[in-house]
Design a binder for this molecule. Sequence first.
Ligand SMILES: O=C(O)[C@@H](CO)OP(=O)(O)O
Length: 258
Amino acid sequence: MSKYKLFLLRHGEGAWNKENRFCSWVDQKLSKDGVKEAQDCGRLLKEQGYKFDLVFTSILSRSIQTAWLVLEAMGQEWVPVVKSWRLNERHYGSLIGLNRAEMALQHGEEKVKLWRRSYDITPPPIDESHPYFLEIYNDRRYTTCDVPKENLPRAESLKEVLDRLLPYWGSTVVPEIRKGRTVLISAHGNSCRALLKYLEGISDKDIASVTLPTGIPVLLELDENLKPVKPRQLLGDQAKIQAAIRKVEDQGKAKPST
Ligand SMILES: O=C(O)[C@@H](CO)OP(=O)(O)O
């Protein structure tokens, strides 16, 4: 029997989703379309009568901005928002900033698919010569984490995302859900995939074919042990959702940038 409702949300489109670059820990804001996606998501949730008690976000602006826009569109701006680096997007290491389609031309679509969607393949780590290294590691937000800056990741597989996310899920999110609070997690494509893999018990192989579109709320109905009682529901127009999923998948196809 369904006891709890949990909502996962991949932030609205960011500027680099449009440019097809691996964004990861670079702090891009939402694009104009991304702002609209977040507002539409909030309007849909309001229409369907949902009410949140607590929102969790990463410490990247695009997930925070999405949470604010959703709450504003729902008229629920007062709802507390709690942030943690443990919900950040996967750390894409040295791939950060690179164009996915160009990477597919250079290394092949299969390799890019493995980098993007496999469970336990870690991309090459970022080092100090990388153009975005200082922008990321000199940012004050990373002095506020529950691990010293030197121990923050330099690249992550999806498995490593789950390893850093699970302690936070268990210690901070689960107790709130158990108190009966309706929680929204406004995060990223891969941090949401990692959590879905864990909650739904998706195999290491099958997680490769799970893709989340931007700005579409995913509803999970959980039993008292926080196990899903039915398949996840992606809320909204199903044809548009399928088209949005295909768009994300196609980002990894080989084509020269224009
Ligand atoms: O750029 C990234 O960090 C993610 C999406 O947020 O990319 P991908 O879809 O390739 O995992």
